[in-house]
Design a protein around this ligand. Structure first.
Ligand SMILES: Cc1cc2nc3c(=O)[nH]c(=O)nc-3n(C[C@H](O)[C@H](O)[C@H](O)COP(=O)(O)OP(=O)(O)OC[C@H]3O[C@@H](n4cnc5c(N)ncnc54)[C@H](O)[C@@H]3O)c2cc1C
Length: 486
């Protein structure tokens, strides 16, 4: 059995990548060990910028209908960043990961993905012309050949290991031990959204939905029990007692999970025909709510580039920009995570520094900068770099077209690049030879962009804004022009 792209792992990253490939007309095979999506999950927070991308794929209504609410504040080493008055895209929203997996699974399958649950990858040959995977399903092995394999198989990625890609902690001890329980508290036992740092670690009680809280501890100097030891309510109770020095009432336990380990980023996100995305590429200390959100951005970045390569129009070097852009984002997230750990432990030593920094993040500009830093990526765009939008996610922008009012999200929903022409046709004419890959939309900006047009990549990042350099930007991201459409 063959497929142009085979994705190993059907978590959020793998399912979103499959949906992106399906949208671009390159349905993938997804091999996933789990036979179904369990209705509980570690991840619970989605960033505004992830939501922005999902809105550009028409998924926002489904997410809203499933129940999503903004957090009142967001943690940086438990120095709280204020979200009052912050841009929507800088917010953090509560939305359980498993709900997102269900939405993405439906979309990926509807777009033609061959999703194989109960199929586990056990071997990989990363050959010069094809990659070959050995898969175990129903007690028997079979082989799959692919032009490209993407390891979206999580922290303990088999693909990463078999491709020989190093995944180390950079020589910094960043390990921690966490335990959590999702518990029912019909009488609202803990105050809403309570989380704080104590000498022995962190304890948080975070609302998941009406009557349900997540109780969670993080400790830096306690040993994590082995995976063969089942996690119990007593382990959670003991951890809360150790951190808070109080005897906790933990309500009615519905789900328990143990987590923690070093913060690590893969040395490379690509080796020949093999790519890594999501936790397979990076695992971070959790309290920046970054892991899942980075995975979403990895999938958004890689999907259209892989589709372009399979369809044969990818310009030279396009696939390598995946590593360049996303590995850099992973490294920034690593710094963010390690900075937080350094600001939390040991508390008696870092306390004075926390006091000072707590004061500094109170300044509105610093608060705004920190909020953006935790969630935003800016990619280097070849050519000019003199516009604040270049390399940034385009954001929610209304547009007025001859056909009526619309938005950037709506024109990006087809998953193609978009050139919005504010010049009344001149800019659009220049790009007409790319119209099989780039949608050209004549519009009037409702909010000023500062240019006579804007070129947006399929992942929502701005590649060009007005003035010189449109043809260069088109060539860099969308290849040579196609004479057939002239
Ligand atoms: C307590 C906790 C709280 C967190 N909270 C947040 C948060 O609020 N926000 C946030 O952004 N992140 C959060 N994270 C991180 C987030 O959960 C992960 O980053 C996210 O799960 C990564 O998604 P993924 O799809 O890359 O990997 P995974 O979710 O790990 O999915 C990998 C998939 O691959 C499958 N697989 C593995 N090996 C194979 C194989 N050999 N063959 C076939 N299939 C295989 C697995 O079954 C799994 O389904 C949290 C993490 C923890 C531990």
């Amino acid at each position: 059995m063959n497929g142009p792209v085979v994705i190993v792992g059907g978590g959020v990253t793998g399912l979103l990548l499959a949906a992106e490939l399906g949208l671009a007309g390159v349905p993938a095979v997804v091999l996933e060990t789990r036979t179904e999506i369990a209705e509980h999950s570690n991840g619970m927070a989605l960033h505004g910028r992830s939501l922005e991308f999902l809105r550009q794929r028409g998924l926002a209504d489904e997410i809203t209908a499933a129940g999503i609410f903004p957090w009142p504040r967001t943690p940086f080493a438990f120095l709280w960043l204020d979200l009052t008055g912050a841009d929507e895209r800088d917010h953090t929203y509560a939305f359980p990961q498993w709900r997102l997996e269900k939405i993405l699974e439906r979309r990926a399958v509807a777009l033609g993905t061959d999703l194989r649950r109960g199929h586990t990858v056990v071997a990989l040959d990363n050959g010069p012309d094809r990659a070959t995977l050995t898969v175990l399903a129903d007690g028997a092995e079979y082989r799959v050949e692919a032009d490209y394999v993407v390891g979206c198989d999580g922290e303990d990625s088999v693909v990463r290991r078999l491709a020989g890609i190093p995944f180390d902690d950079g020589g910094i001890d960043s390990s921690y031990y966490g335990v959590l329980g999702d518990v029912a508290f019909p009488d609202g036992k803990y105050p809403e959204f309570a989380a704080g740092l104590h000498p022995n670690g962190m304890f948080g009680a975070l609302p998941l939905q009406a009557g349900m809280l997540r109780l969670m501890t993080i400790q830096f100097d306690a040993k994590r029990p082995g995976d063969d030891v089942p996690v119990t309510a007593d382990e959670l109770r003991g951890a809360i007692r150790r951190v808070t020095d109080t005897d906790p009432d933990i309500g009615e336990v519905r789900w328990l999970s143990r987590f923690g380990g070093p913060t690590r980023v893969a040395e490379t996100y690509r080796r020949d025909r093999v790519f890594l995305a999501g936790d397979a590429a990076h695992v971070l200390y959790i309290s920046g709510t970054q892991g899942l959100n980075l995975g979403i951005q990895d999938a958004a970045n890689l999907g259209w580039k892989l589709a372009a390569a399979v369809k044969g129009w990818a310009p030279a070097g396009l696939l390598d920009t995946y590593h360049a852009e996303r590995h850099a984002a992973g490294e920034r997230a690593r710094t963010h995570a390690l900075a937080q750990i350094a600001l939390m432990h040991p508390l008696e030593r870092v306390g004075p520094l926390r006091d000072m920094l707590g004061h500094i993040v109170g300044f509105a500009d610093v608060n705004r900068h920190m909020l953006k830093k935790a969630t935003a990526a800016r990619y280097a765009m070849p050519g000019r770099d003199d516009h604040s939008l270049l390399g940034e996610q385009i954001g929610e922008r209304p547009l007025s077209t001859p056909e009526g009012e619309t938005s950037m999200a709506a024109v990006l929903a087809g998953g193609r690049g978009v050139l919005v022409d504010f010049s009344g046709g001149t800019v659009g004419n220049e790009a007409r030879a790319w119209s099989d890959r780039v949608r050209i939309v004549e519009a009037r900006p409702v909010v000023e962009f500062g240019g006579d047009g804007v070129l947006v990549r399929p992942d929502g990042y701005v590649a060009w804004v007005g003035g010189e350099g449109l043809l260069d930007a088109l060539r860099v991201w969308f290849g040579g022009f196609s004479a057939g459409v002239l």
